[in-house]
Write a protein that binds this ligand. Structure first.
Ligand code: KIV
Length: 288
């Protein structure tokens, strides 16, 4: 349960944190990752649709469903973190209609225990974002390299490198800010553009592959800890190689099984001596 020495982080507190210490956001998908993120002092835990890539082993985020996301959000929120829990709305859950969007955002809160949701996209998604906000659900925006647009973008490419595209992203950020999102993720954009947007909007920006001049940073849990498939993007700093650590641990256990060193006396249950004697004296029992 929640670290009682930390105040609960809320969406209004995040929005008010602009200009203060850098915000720290990390993804989590289950109880162990949520507990680690919270114990380390995360301000925000994002149950990202990167679930598709790093947990379910898929190529893109496009196949992850509302049911998948709600299931994993429940696991994260169930740990009672001090960090704000953000549920990442999957592709098609907020594209069809305003009504469907509000219902799906509501599922994150009612069934998943999330305290806010994240949606990719700018002005195009404004009616949906506005409706979710009207339903009293705090919204985090996400601009730049939005992975759910991989097919439309023709791959995972840095966005906003050209003048018109950069101006478009600034307009998107202004629109999200005016709508009242509590923060905006900027992913895969040049650092100058991220800096300009950060100065332009009152909501804190949280960067991933967006340089240093943003209000906070986010990384994917498995990337940061070296639990991925070996491929790491340029913007990832890997602080551990848990795949190596875990593989070595499992190898040691297999070795101990092979040599008979596992299990030891301390790792074994015994029955009371008299029960053992009686059992062994049964005629049908083979002598040990
Ligand atoms: O799904 C995710 O992990 C994300 C972050 C990279 C921002 O959207």
């Amino acid at each position: 349960m929640r670290d009682q020495t930390r105040d609960k982080v809320t969406a209004p507190r995040v929005r008010a944190a602009k200009g203060g210490p850098k915000l720290k956001m990390i993804t989590a998908y289950d109880a162990p990752s949520a507990r680690i993120a919270d114990a380390a002092g995360a301000d925000i835990v994002l149950v990202g649709d990167s679930l598709a890539n790093v947990v379910l082993g898929r190529e893109t985020t496009l196949t992850v469903t509302m049911n998948d996301m709600v299931h994993h959000t429940r696991a994260v929120s169930g740990t009672g973190p001090a960090a704000l829990v953000v549920g990442d709305m999957p592709w098609l859950s907020y594209h069809v209609s305003v009504e469907e969007t509000v219902r799906n955002a509501g599922r994150f809160v009612q069934e998943g225990g999330a305290e806010s949701v994240k949606l990719e996209g700018g002005r195009k998604r404004l009616p949906m974002i506005q409706a979710v906000l009207d339903a009293e659900i705090p919204v985090m925006g996400h601009l730049g390299l939005t992975p759910q647009s991989v097919n439309a973008m023709g791959g995972y490419r840095v966005q906003g490198k050209h003048l018109e595209a950069a101006r478009g992203l600034i307009a998107d950020a202004r629109a999200l800010d005016a709508a009242g999102v509590f923060s905006i993720v900027l992913e895969g954009v040049p650092d100058l553009l991220a800096e300009l947007i950060t100065k332009e909007v009152s909501a804190p920006t949280i960067g991933i592959g967006a340089g240093a001049h943003v209000d906070g940073q986010v990384l994917v849990f498995h990337d940061l800890l070296g639990l991925g498939d070996g491929h790491v993007a340029k913007f990832v700093r890997q602080y551990a190689n848990l795949t190596e650590v875990a593989t070595a641990a499992v190898e040691r256990w297999f070795h101990d099984v092979e040599t008979g060193e596992f299990p030891s006396e301390e790792e074994t249950y015994h029955m009371p001596e008299e029960v053992a004697k009686a059992l062994l004296s049964d005629d049908s029992m083979v002598e040990t």
